[in-house]
Design a protein around this ligand. Structure first.
Ligand SMILES: [Zn+2]
Length: 551
């Protein structure tokens, strides 16, 4: 029996107890309740001790943000160390639930551990004082009572965000980093931006958005004398792949390298690992794994390319942008100008007239093959028409956003969503703890820590708690879905339009980013389908809903 020699047993004559104030505040409970704040708990204990001549407070232990059903709390552990070393022999809390919210474990401290060390325990608001004679009955009742303070009654939990937790998991494990990043000197599992290379990457994306082909981009970068990724890494003495093409001297930029960069999501802050099996260090012997087996983690490192620009480039690459042989730039409407009659892509032709050349679009299908669209559309007319329409649409979207900001729904939604995510996470953590306690219950019964009646009762209570927590999580998930359907993320598309708020002359970037298709039904009938049309409509109805709520 580990009866401690350094502390006095509770029944001996003690001149003064050396007490610690133990204060706990969890995310789960009471944050809203002023009376449970750290300061108020502490003050309440001070008031209680004021006229107690036999108690001297020597320390204060604060666990801020720790659940009562988990005993692995830093200040609590410090306190137990102080008890073990005899620095203190009295523990004072505001109420029993500050010590713990779990029956068996809390009971173990009160009935076994504290008495073994001769520690006097006081729970001010529960009238528990183990130095008094008749405390044992109170103890049993109180331990049961703290559980009535069910965890799930208050599900408004604040804890570290789920996003943050995700961030922590995305460790970079590769040997070589991708061009544009280097390993963090303080944490080799973390990628940081290599400014020089990152600028090259940004230029590559920019050139692509402006309509250049991959081989033209490669030529341009080679012309500027910028070292290819492999040469750059060799030059800087960074780890780089060896074998195969990597061993060639003076490897230049190629269209393949450019395309690989343009397709790499890593540049948007997403870490994708496990793309290839790595049984052989020689690059050419790596085997590509199916996309479904890749490991994706978001926000693991700083993005070099904005998500919207990356998406735009993917779209550009997908579009059938047939570059004319002599030029490396695509035309303004390449790929999106469609015949309203047959759905074929319209073709650009030049018609010389006197000294000048005029450009027209026409449908190549022809009457013979069933297209009745006749005549040609003058490119200049088309540009004027699309330009006007696009500008007024941009203005509409921008003024719409101002309205949206006036109800501030974006901010509200973001807050609501974060809150819901945090609550879910915390509830799941609690659920796991309850599960553990439940599974150790039988063992406690066998070892005589709990009686048969208690065993049955606790088992029932644990099950109820689990049920309660499960319901809470389900409800929160529903809430989260609701918020997300009106979510601020849904308004991100507005940014695409805002970037072109001062658009003077229509250009390829604006067309690709903002226009989904242009359908030609005739000389005077053109239908422009803007990108994010469903989002735009949804947002408008959302705004109307918000207004109804406000007024
Ligand atoms: Zn046609």
């Amino acid at each position: 029996m580990r009866k401690c020699d350094s502390a006095n047993p509770p029944d001996s004559k003690i001149l003064k107890y050396k007490a610690t104030k133990y204060v706990r505040l969890s995310y789960t409970d009471d944050k809203e309740k002023e009376s449970d704040s750290i300061i108020n708990q502490s003050r309440l204990i001070d008031d209680f001790v004021k006229d107690k001549a036999d108690i001297e407070i020597v320390s204060e232990k604060i666990d801020d943000g720790y659940s009562g059903i988990i005993f692995d709390r830093p200040a609590f552990k410090e306190m137990m160390d102080d008890i073990a070393s005899g620095k203190i022999n009295c523990v004072i809390v505001k109420d029993l639930s500050r010590l713990g919210r779990e029956y068996i474990e809390t009971g173990r401290y009160l009935r076994r551990i504290f008495p073994a060390y001769g520690v006097r325990f006081i729970a001010v608001n529960d009238n528990i004082d183990t130095a008094k004679d008749s405390y044992t009955d109170d103890l049993t009742i109180s331990i049961k009572n703290i559980m009535n303070d069910s965890y799930c009654r208050d599900i408004s939990i604040k804890t570290r965000s789920a996003l943050e937790a995700k961030r922590n998991n995305g460790d970079y494990v590769g040997a070589c980093t991708i061009y544009g990043y280097k390993k963090d000197e303080e944490n080799k599992n973390h990628l940081v931006i290599d400014e020089y290379a990152a600028k090259v990457v940004r230029d590559i994306f920019k050139m692509k958005i402006e309509g250049m082909s991959a081989s033209k981009i490669a030529d341009e970068i080679n012309r500027l004398g910028i070292l290819s990724p492999i040469e750059y890494k060799k030059n800087k003495g960074l780890p780089h792949p060896t074998g195969g093409y990597a061993d060639r001297d003076n490897a230049k930029w190629s269209a393949t390298t450019i395309i690989r960069i343009l397709k790499d999501e890593t540049y948007t802050g997403i870490l994708i690992q496990g793309k290839q099996s790595t049984y052989n260090y020689k690059l050419k012997k790596l085997i590509d794994k199916p996309v479904s087996e890749w490991v994706r983690k978001e926000n693991t490192h700083e993005a070099i390319i904005r998500k919207q620009d990356f998406d735009l480039v993917q779209k550009i690459m997908k579009l059938d942008t047939r570059t004319s042989p002599n030029k490396d730039k695509v035309y303004l409407f390449s790929g999106i100008l469609i015949c309203g009659c047959c759905g074929n892509r319209m073709t650009r032709i030049s018609v010389p007239y006197k000294e000048n050349k005029y450009y027209y679009y026409h449908c190549p299908t022809g009457k013979k093959n069933g297209c009745t669209l006749s005549g040609m559309i003058k490119e200049n007319d088309l540009i004027n028409c699309v330009s006007q329409n696009l500008k007024s649409h941009i203005n509409n979207v921008i003024s719409f956003e101002e309205l949206l900001n006036s109800v501030n729904s974006e901010k509200i939604n973001k807050e609501l969503m974060n809150k819901a995510i945090m609550r879910i996470e915390e509830n799941e953590k609690l659920f796991e703890s309850v599960r553990k306690y439940k599974s150790s219950l039988y063992e406690n019964f066998i070892n005589g820590i709990v009686t048969k009646e208690e065993y049955t009762e606790y088992k029932k209570m644990y099950s109820e708690e689990q049920k309660c927590l499960e319901n809470a999580v389900a409800e929160l998930q529903k809430e989260l879905e609701n918020i997300m359907s009106n979510n601020s993320e849904n308004f991100k598309w507005i940014e695409h339009f805002k970037r072109f708020s001062d658009l003077k002359e229509i250009n390829r970037t604006a067309v690709i980013q903002l226009i989904q298709s242009i359908k030609i039904f005739g000389k005077n009938r053109i239908q422009i389908k803007f990108n994010y049309q469903p989002e735009y409509e949804k947002a408008i109805s959302f705004l109307e809903e918000q207004k109804e709520r406000v007024f």
